[in-house]
Write a protein that binds this ligand. Structure first.
Ligand code: MG
Ligand code: ZN
Length: 232
C-alpha cells in the first residue's frame, strides 16, 4: 500500500477497494476477449528473474508478445523488453507495491493494441509475493514465479498467492546443481493448496524450458481463437 504521512483511522478499506478493482478487471476482460489475446499476470519476488524470463520468451514469441511492466520506479524493465524486440509499456506505481486493474486499463489505452497483432499480453507485476495476489487484473493466467535461490520453503509461507495461481513456474533451474532446492517439495506443497496448478520449469538465463512454456501459451491462445470462432 502507499506510504502516507497522514494519520489514518483504522478502517477496513479492503472490501470497497477490491469491489472497485473488480469493475476495472471486468472491463479489461472484455477488451482481452474482443482482441482475442491471451493475458498473463506474472507474480514473483524482486530478483526472481521475471524480466529475464520475458526476454527469453521474446526469442520464441517475437512481436506476437506485448508486455506491460509494473515497477515502483524506473523504465528499466520496459527498455529491456523493447531491446528484446517486443512492444512494452511501463507502469511506474510510485510507491504502490502491486498493480491494480485500473492501472492496467490505463496502460492498455496507451499501448494502441490495434497496431500489429498481440497474441500474448504479459503483465509483469511489481516484485512482491503478497498483495498482487489479491488484485484481479482481468487476466486468463495467474503465474506464480518462484526461483531456485529463494528457497523451496516459500509456497506455504505465501499461501494467498500459491493457492490462487493457475500456473507455477520454477525459474533459474540452471542453479539446481549448486543450491539445495527440492523441486518435488515445491510442487507437492503447491498442489496441496491448489490441486489444479500446472507446473513449468524454466531458466531465463539458459533458455531451458522456455520453448515448452511458450508452446503452452500459444496453445492456450489458439483455444481462445477457437472459442471466438464458435461464438461467431
Ligand atoms: Mg522486472
Ligand atoms: Zn501492494
Amino acid at each position: 500500500m502507499r506510504n502516507s504521512t497522514k494519520p489514518r483511522k483504522v478502517v477496513d478499506i479492503t472490501r470497497p477497494v477490491l469491489a472497485k478493482n473488480e469493475e476495472f478487471a471486468a472491463a479489461n476482460r472484455g477488451l482481452f476477449r474482443d482482441k482475442a489475446m491471451l493475458v498473463l499476470n506474472v507474480i514473483g519476488s524482486p530478483g526472481s528473474g521475471k524480466t529475464t524470463l520475458l526476454e527469453a520468451m521474446a526469442r520464441h514469441l517475437h512481436d506476437a508478445m506485448v508486455v506491460i511492466e509494473g515497477d515502483v520506479q524506473t523504465r528499466r524493465d520496459a527498455e529491456r523488453i523493447e531491446q528484446a524486440g517486443c512492444r512494452a509499456y511501463q507502469i511506474e506505481t510510485h510507491g504502490a507495491c502491486h498493480l491494480d486493474a485500473k492501472a492496467v486499463a490505463h496502460a492498455l489505452e496507451q499501448l494502441d493494441l490495434d497496431r500489429g497483432e498481440c497474441e500474448v499480453l504479459v503483465i509483469e507485476n511489481v516484485g512482491n509475493l503478497i498483495c498482487p495476489s489479491s488484485f484481479d487484473l482481468g487476466e486468463h493466467l495467474k503465474i506464480g514465479l518462484l526461483s531456485v535461490p529463494e528457497g523451496d520453503d516459500k509456497v506455504l509461507k505465501y499461501p494467498s498467492l500459491f493457492s490462487r495461481i493457475s500456473d507455477l513456474v520454477v525459474n533459474k533451474i540452471d542453479l539446481l546443481p549448486h543450491l539445495t532446492f527440492d523441486v518435488e517439495r515445491v510442487i507437492a506443497e503447491c498442489r496441496s493448496l491448489n490441486g489444479d496448478v500446472r507446473v513449468f520449469k524454466t531458466s531465463g538465463k539458459t533458455g531451458e524450458g522456455v520453448d515448452n512454456f511458450c508452446r503452452f501459451l500459444l496453445d492456450e491462445r489458439a483455444k481462445i481463437l477457437v472459442a471466438r470462432a464458435s461464438r461467431a
